[in-house]
Design a protein around this ligand. Structure first.
Ligand SMILES: [Zn+2]
Ligand SMILES: [Zn+2]
Length: 128
């Protein structure tokens, strides 16, 4: 089944076939500054089944070989294209059109979490 997502203005859109491979909350400083939020909820999909379907996103190389993609009209962060991850494209859970697909299972980079946000779930809180 094909799943879809879009940015705030609706011009940058994507679609993918296949299952979501992983889902989790990231607390790293790069994600926080990129999104302006204390944590960012990601999911990964196989690169082979993923495509952009609207406006081509802009790209910012946030660390060598790794790009953060965004809508060039409204600025919405759209994806993380990690040169180190040849298998999955990383997408923002909140950009999905169907929020029932979202079920995070883990926290990433929990050591970088802001101390004013209280997380009370039972998910694994991975360091790094
Ligand atoms: Zn947009
Ligand atoms: Zn992060």
């Amino acid at each position: 089944m094909t799943q879809t997502g879009h940015c705030l203005c609706g011009e940058t859109t994507y679609a993918f076939d296949g299952e979501i491979v992983w889902q989790g909350h990231c607390h790293c400083e790069s994600c926080r500054r990129n999104t302006g939020s204390p944590l960012t909820t990601w999911f990964g999909v196989p690169r082979g089944g993923f495509r952009w379907t609207g406006r081509t996103p802009g790209s910012y190389e946030s660390t060598p070989g790794n790009h953060r993609l965004f809508c060039t009209n409204c600025g919405t962060p759209m994806a993380y294209d990690g040169g180190w991850d040849k298998k999955t494209m990383h997408l923002y859970a909140v950009s999905l059109d169907d929020q029932t697909l979202v079920a995070p299972t883990i926290h990433f980079h929990h050591e970088e979490a802001v101390d004013w946000l209280t997380i009370e779930d039972d998910l694994e809180k991975r360091i790094g």
